[in-house]
Write a protein that binds this ligand. Structure first.
Ligand SMILES: NC(=O)c1ccc[n+]([C@@H]2O[C@H](COP(=O)([O-])OP(=O)(O)OC[C@H]3O[C@@H](n4cnc5c(N)ncnc54)[C@H](OP(=O)(O)O)[C@@H]3O)[C@@H](O)[C@H]2O)c1
Length: 427
């Protein structure tokens, strides 16, 4: 690599704007760290007339991605557009032309990571994607570097800051005695007003974003290829302010967690779902638009990463870290990427966990059979609360097999008079 590194940015939105800002602000620092000057030669966007947060010279701004790929002076392509296509094809094309690629795109890396990683290896170029999981947190780099000599046993993370903001906002609302029933809708609206949630929030609130990130994180932590479909996914749309109220009463926090663990039979189980955690757990302190990843390994024992999970500068920090890595080590190791090794995954059904169950019944008589079953299962029942439309009660179960619990839930839910909410506990 010469003293000057030519860059092509695909995208100049939130992350692209942050990258351009840091490249400019920290140019001397980057030179000191790498001995190289980074020159932005192309910035590819959709709309040339859109106002930009940072001035981009007109000769650099283009809608023509091919111009960037064909430029022999470009050695690194930064894909900061998002979405599956054309991002995936652009990354493929850049790699085929012998360019290094940095991407912040979890969707592409979760769905097409295997093919692209192999292509980069064949082409003897680097493909780095630190910003695709948990924004500024250097978790992927740590797993492949300083922590690589550990056998990882468990990874638990808050990897979607939009849902973390919404759940915190619901918690705040119930603490302030605002109506619990409308807490979710109000929190989502606030997240949208503040720009934390998109107009269509499906990917965040239904857990897809966290599912993609979990597939990537699990692959690198456990050195096993993890198909996205094998990651169990449940979002936060069914949660009510009542659950946050009960969580507070139980001295717990409610978070959308990404959890991956190696089971005693060797299979890998990865899942995303709302989870009640003790308030003493480090992840409870992860508030608002922050992310956190807590992990266990057989050497370091346990470790906790905490920081901004999104935003222009925070995400750009991870992208620039990848750029420095490429400038220092432009050739990949002559090794097959160990994270692509095949292995078995297990469905959530085989896990044994404790559960929080919150049920509502119109009267005592309809609540009693459910209470009887819960008592026979050894659950701890909390005193019922009389509400205008019936009785509400919460129980915490002892460890139960997920498949048994789901069968039981389906049976309870057949009784139309009952509503039963179920949330897993972190063991
Ligand atoms: N935002 C965050 O905090 C964050 C955090 C971590 C990771 N990420 C990831 O970073 C990536 C970018 O996110 P973002 O928030 O920066 O998105 P964004 O603000 O919507 O910006 C996307 C940029 O890509 C350009 N673009 C989109 N489709 C294009 C196409 N077909 N051809 C050419 N240019 C195209 C857009 O051009 P115009 O400007 O002309 O519309 C825009 O400049 C995504 O993969 C996202 O998941 C984002």
């Amino acid at each position: 690599m010469s003293k000057t590194v030519g860059l092509a940015l695909l995208g100049a939105g939130t992350v692209g704007g942050g990258v351009l800002t840091l490249l400019q602000e920290n140019a001397d620092l980057l030179y000191a760290q790498t001995g190289k000057r980074f020159v932005v030669r192309h910035v590819v966007v959709r709309d040339l007339s859109k106002p930009r947060t940072i001035p981009i010279p007109p000769r650099v701004l283009t809608t023509d991605a091919q111009r960037a790929f064909a430029d022999p002076k470009v050695s690194v392509v930064l894909e900061l557009m998002g979405g599956l296509e054309p991002a995936r094809s652009y990354i493929r094309e850049a790699l085929q032309r012998g360019k290094h690629v940095i991407t912040a795109n979890k969707l592409v890396m979760a769905v097409a990571g295997e093919e692209l990683i192999r292509l980069a290896q064949q082409q003897r170029v680097r493909l780095l994607y630190e910003a695709s999981v948990a924004g500024s947190l250097p978790i992927l780099t740590a797993l492949q570097g300083a922590l690589a000599g550990n056998r990882i046993t468990r990874v638990v993370g808050i990897v979607n800051s939009t849902t973390n903001f919404i759940l915190r906002e619901m918690e705040r609302a119930v603490e302030a005695n605002e109506p619990a029933e409308t807490a979710y809708a109000n929190a989502l609206r606030k997240a949208q007003e503040l720009g934390y949630a998109e107009a269509d929030p499906t990917s965040d609130v239904e857990g897809y974003d966290a599912q993609y990130k979990t597939a990537i994180l699990a692959r690198l932590a456990f050195l096993q290829y993890v198909p996205v479909e094998s990651v169990y996914r449940e979002g936060i749309t069914h949660l009510s302010g009542r659950d946050l109220l009960w969580a507070a009463r139980l001295q717990m926090g409610l978070k959308l967690l990404s959890i991956t663990e190696r089971l005693p039979d060797g299979r890998l189980c990865a899942r995303v779902h709302p989870t009640l955690i003790p308030r003493e757990h480090p992840l409870y302190a992860v508030r608002g638009a922050f992310s956190g990843v807590w992990l266990q390994g057989n050497g370091f024992q346990e470790m906790f990463f905490h920081g901004f999970g999104a935003g222009a500068r925070a995400t750009a920090s991870a992208v620039i870290g990848d750029l420095i890595e490429i400038a220092r080590h432009p050739r990949p190791l002559k090794l097959e990427d160990p994270s692509l090794r095949a292995g078995e995954t297990a469905p959530i059904d085989v896990l044994t966990m404790r559960y929080y169950l919150r049920f509502r019944a119109p009267d005592e008589a309809s609540a009693q059979p459910l209470r009887n079953t819960l008592t026979s299962l050894g659950a701890k029942l909390y005193p019922p609360e009389v509400l205008p439309d019936g009785i509400e009660q919460v129980a915490l179960t002892p460890p139960l097999l997920e498949s048994d619990l789901q069968r039981q839930l389906a049976e309870w839910r057949r009784h139309t008079a009952l509503t039963v909410q179920c949330i897993r506990l972190l063991e």
